[in-house]
Ligand binder design. Structure first.
Ligand SMILES: NC(=O)C1=CN([C@@H]2O[C@H](COP(=O)(O)OP(=O)(O)OC[C@H]3O[C@@H](n4cnc5c(N)ncnc54)[C@H](O)[C@@H]3O)[C@@H](O)[C@H]2O)[C@@H](O)CC1
Ligand SMILES: Nc1ncnc2c1ncn2[C@@H]1O[C@H](COP(=O)(O)OP(=O)(O)O)[C@@H](O)[C@H]1O
Ligand SMILES: [K+]
Length: 501
């Protein structure tokens, strides 16, 4: 499913009407009807509805919804909150249909704000611009203060559809019925919460006319379909031989978690490279792994023998490595000498800031997996700015350095060097614990060795990680006690659920 910006949504709409014979009035009927049916399904017993109608096409959808609710004998109070001259085009057509059905409009008296009434917010859609003007500024506050269940039509009124907007005032919806395609703000840290529970409804825009943007949501169907089938004749070489460089005297656990996750995800052979002293302590928890000792300076990795790279299908570096400058040459060496995919995470990303020229020179597949803070460090932006513009900042970085970028968060955004984007929304707050990222690194390393397409490898790895957290919560864990190490052992749950082979 594509995720669109407002302008892209309008293009689709325009093209549907201009080149594919779709009528605006029909599309509006479809939108309103689809939403009204959902409302009736969700509230089969509720009698009273309040529909607040604004001046654009969002308000037009509101007229259709009000008519259908009344047709179904519900007590639907429709209030138009803008002067009559603001209602134009398709919205005016549907206002007339509403009136010709014998239905009338009400005024916004105090009695309509009743907690036993469900509120349908059809004030403003994706056409909102700038700070809210009267009467919407006061209405949005009033709506948010009310105790009513709030259903927003397409988008919570006042909320920007696109990334980048800093200040806004918007309805905090309990439920949002999104018209045709989710908009960018559904996936942004500071706006996602306004949508409440959400569902996307098809209103009949022709898929042939959809805008040529590659910004898609990754689904369980995509996972099951694109996950490579392991032949019965598989041997460890088929599954991939991976190397993880990381850990040190202070953070051996990060390496342990990444290596174990890589093995559990299905790698043929995983080698963990770290300072020699800690290897004996790691072996009991990693009996399947191989180990390689690295050069050491005051407890941190200071060098890796390039011979360790021989026969490795992919390499990951950075977990638990520390930020001491002594480790920097390791990243420098790996950037120039790793011939397969190279994944850089955690402290490796910290060092990378000082090695951007080397990064640019590298031709082979390179994957960076920053969280918001690491992305801010890499780009020199404020964290808040990264959170507000994750799509465009990811694209610029991926394009400038020719890398695959996995910007981690509740909605992880994966970007290819060409700028295609996948949104991977699985997971829950149980993952916001030190170590979840290390597990992800191990999983991604394995996926990179087994998939032909790096972007599918990354999307599937993020899905595997996030969906495992969800399945564990639905079984015997909670978001409070979930541990990153539970994820590793829980990977089987996701495999068994979605790839029952
Ligand atoms: N394919 C589609 O895109 C379809 C979209 N539909 C609906 O149409 C909506 C988009 O319609 P519009 O483009 O008319 O946009 P809106 O319904 O968001 O209305 C925009 C109007 O609101 C007013 N406005 C904008 N910013 C404001 C502010 N800050 N303060 C006060 N008033 C402000 C202006 O008068 C502006 O013309 C969608 O969200 C969706 O609900 C449906 O009708 C069916 C088809
Ligand atoms: N609230 C959340 N909802 C869903 N996924 C989350 C949430 N918080 C964190 N995650 C996921 O957990 C992982 C955390 O990675 P990272 O921040 O690098 O952790 P660490 O510090 O343990 O390395 C990422 O995959 C991220 O997408
Ligand atoms: K709305």
């Amino acid at each position: 499913m594509q995720v669109l910006r407002a302008e892209e949504m309008y293009d689709w709409d325009r093209k549907a009407m201009e080149s594919y014979g779709r009528e605006g009035q029909v599309l509006m009927e479809n939108a309103g009807r689809a939403i009204a049916e959902e409302i009736l399904r969700k509230f089969p017993e509720t009698e009273k509805f309040l529909i607040v109608i604004g001046g654009g096409n969002n308000g037009g959808d509101g007229y259709v919804i009000a008519r259908i609710l009344k047709d179904r004998r519900r007590i639907a109070t429709a209030v138009q909150v803008v002067p009559d001259e603001k209602i134009k085009g398709d919205a005016l057509y549907h206002k007339r249909v509403y009136e010709q059905s014998g239905y009338s409009l009400s005024s916004l008296s105090e009695e309509v704000w009743n907690e036993n009434t469900v509120l349908v917010d059809a004030m403003l859609g994706i056409g909102v611009k700038g700070a809210l003007r009267a009467p919407f500024d006061e209405l949005v506050s009033k709506v948010n203060e009310s105790q009513m269940h709030r259903i927003s039509v397409d988008i919570p009124s006042g909320l920007p559809a696109d990334e980048g907007v800093k200040e806004f005032q918007a309805v905090k919806a309990d439920t949002t019925y999104i018209v045709q395609a989710p908009k960018q703000s559904l996936f942004l840290d500071h706006t996602a919460g306004y949508y409440g529970e959400w569902k996307v409804l098809d209103i009949g825009l022709p898929p042939m006319a959809s805008p040529k943007v590659s910004r898609e949501i990754w689904t369980e169907g995509a996972f099951a379909e694109s996950f490579p089938v392991l032949p019965g004749s598989a041997h460890k070489g088929t599954r991939g031989k991976g190397l993880i460089v990381g850990g040190g005297r202070m953070m051996p656990g990060a390496l342990m978690m990444a290596a174990r996750a890589s093995i559990r995800a299905g790698a043929g052979l995983t080698t963990a490279a770290t300072v020699r002293d800690i290897i004996p302590y790691l072996t009991p928890s990693l009996p399947e792994a191989m180990f390689a000792g690295t050069g050491e300076s005051s407890g941190v990795i200071s060098s890796v023998d390039p011979e360790v790279l021989e026969g490795k299908d992919a390499v990951a570096v950075g977990v638990g490595m520390g930020r001491e400058p002594e480790s920097r040459p390791v990243i420098e060496m790996l950037l120039s000498r790793t011939s397969g995919p190279l994944l850089i995470d955690a402290d490796g990303l910290y060092h990378l800031r000082f090695l951007l020229d080397d990064l640019k020179k590298r031709q082979e597949v390179t994957v960076l997996t920053p969280h918001f803070g690491e992305m801010a460090h890499l780009t020199g932006e404020e964290v808040s700015e990264v959170k507000r513009n994750p799509f465009s900042l990811s694209r610029s970085l991926a394009y400038e350095y020719g890398v695959y970028l996995v910007l981690k968060g509740p909605n992880t955004i994966i970007t290819t060097p060409e700028g295609s984007q996948i949104i991977e929304p699985s997971g829950n707050e149980g993952l916001s614990k030190g170590g979840s990222g290390d597990v992800l690194t191990g999983v991604l390393l394995t996926m990179l060795m087994q998939h032909e397409s790096p972007v599918k490898a990354l999307a599937n790895g993020c899905f595997l990680h996030g969906r495992t957290a969800e399945l564990l919560i639905s079984k015997n864990r909670t978001v409070l006690d979930l541990l990153p190490t539970d994820l590793t052992d829980g990977l089987s749950l996701t495999y068994r659920t979605f790839l029952p082979r």
